[in-house]
Design a protein around this ligand. Structure first.
Ligand code: NAG
Ligand code: NAG
Ligand code: NAG
Length: 291
C-alpha cells in the first residue's frame, strides 16, 4: 500500500476540527513491584515530550479488554509505546488495518517499544544482546536518511551534530543487528541510523516504508526531561533533538481524524485527571504517573 496523499485543501479543511482535539496515547507499563494503586506507570517525560510539541495525552491502562482498546483507538490520533506487550499488539494490529484502509494512524516505539515493533512485525524475537545499557551515542546515518520522513524536517546543523556528538541516550540490552536477514523486517522497515557497541552493529532508528510506524532504540524524551543519569545529554543540540523528534511525530498525528464521541469522554480520558509524582530517589525517572 502507499501512504494516502493529503491534499492542501483536504488537509486544511479536515485538520481544523481535528487538531483542535489532537490526542495521543501513551501505553502504561507494569511496575516491577506493584503496590496498591501502583500497578502500572508512565514516566512523565513521555507525556511532556508530546505536550511540548502541542499534543495532549491519554494514558492507556494495561488491563483493558480488546473492545475497550478498540474504542480508544477510534478516539485518538496516534500512539507511542515504550513497553506493554499485550496492548501494544492490539493497537499495532488495529493500526496496520487502519492504515491499509487509508486511515492514517501513526505509531511510535521508543526503546522497548522499538524492540516490540520488531517482534510484532516479524512475529519473532530476533533481538541480540548488546552492551548499550547506559551510554549516549552519536547516530551513524545511512544512505536512506536524507529521503526519510522522520529526519527530513530536522535542521542541517542538528543533523550534523547528531552524526558527530553523543546526543542519543541508549538504555537497552537488546538490539536488532544490522546483519539481521529476516525478510518481514527488512521489507517493512527502512534503516535510518545504526550504532555499534564495538562488537555488534545494530539498528538505532527505523521507519516503515509504507506505514507511519517509527522506532528508535534511543530515548528522544530524556534529553529535555530526565536528569538522574550522567549519560543523558542536555546540551542545546540534545534538547533540540527532543523537540524536533516530538514535533515530527505530533505532526504525523495531525493527519489522523479520529476523535472521542464526546468532549466529556475526552475530558475523562486525558492524563490531566492524574498527577505526576516526584519520585525522589525511588526511580530512574524524575516524575511518574501511577495507575
Ligand atoms: C561495555 O561498554 C562499556 C563502555 O560503554 C565498557 O566500559 C565495558 O567494558 C563494556 N563491557 C563489555 C562486557 O564489553
Ligand atoms: C543504500 O545502500 C544499500 C546497500 O548498499 C542499497 O541496497 C540501497 O539501494 C541504497 N539506497 C539508496 C536510497 O541509495
Ligand atoms: C520512596 O520509597 C520509600 C521506601 O519504599 C517510601 O517510603 C517513599 O515514600 C518513596 N518516595 C516516593 C516519593 O515515592
Amino acid at each position: 500500500i502507499s501512504l494516502p496523499k493529503v491534499t492542501f485543501s483536504g488537509s486544511f479543511f479536515l485538520s481544523v476540527p481535528n487538531s483542535f482535539h489532537l490526542v495521543l496515547c501513551v501505553l502504561a507499563q507494569e511496575v516491577l513491584m506493584p503496590k496498591l494503586n501502583e500497578a502500572s506507570y508512565i514516566a512523565a517525560s513521555y507525556v511532556k515530550f508530546l505536550e511540548s510539541a502541542g499534543a495532549r495525552v491519554v494514558p492507556v491502562m494495561i488491563d483493558q479488554t480488546p473492545e475497550e482498546y478498540k474504542t480508544l483507538f477510534n478516539s485518538i490520533n496516534g500512539l507511542t509505546t515504550s513497553g506493554y506487550a499485550r496492548a501494544a499488539k492490539i493497537f499495532y494490529d488495529l493500526a496496520i488495518d487502519a492504515n491499509q484502509r487509508g486511515d492514517y494512524f501513526p505509531v511510535w516505539g521508543t526503546c522497548l517499544g522499538f524492540e516490540q515493533l520488531t517482534v510484532l512485525t516479524s512475529g519473532k524475537n530476533l533481538l541480540v544482546n548488546t552492551n548499550t545499557s547506559n551510554i549516549p551515542l552519536h547516530l551513524d546515518f545511512t544512505n536512506e536518511t536524507a529521503d526519510s520522513r522522520l529526519f527530513k524536517g530536522f535542521p542541517a546543523e542538528l543533523m550534523k551534530d547528531l552524526a558527530s556528538e553523543p546526543l542519543t541516550a541508549n538504555v537497552h540490552k537488546w538490539s536488532i543487528s544490522t546483519h539481521e536477514t529476516n525478510e518481514e523486517l527488512n521489507n517493512f522497515y527502512k534503516v535510518l541510523s545504526t550504532n555499534t557497541d564495538g562488537r555488534v552493529e545494530f539498528v538505532s532508528t527505523m521507519e516503515a516504508y509504507d506505514y507511519p510506524i517509527y522506532g528508535v532504540q534511543w530515548h528522544p524524551e530524556k534529553n529535555a526531561f530526565e536528569w538522574r543519569k550522567p549519560y543523558i545529554p542536555h546540551s542545546s543540540s540534545a534538547v533540540k533533538t527532543t523537540f524536533y523528534t516530538a514535533e515530527f511525530f505530533v505532526n504525523e498525528a495531525r493527519k489522523n481524524l479520529h476523535r472521542f464521541n464526546s468532549e466529556e469522554d475526552e475530558r475523562q480520558a486525558l492524563i490531566y485527571n492524574y498527577s505526576p509524582v516526584y519520585t525522589q530517589l525511588n526511580s530512574s525517572f524524575e516524575q511518574n504517573y501511577y495507575f
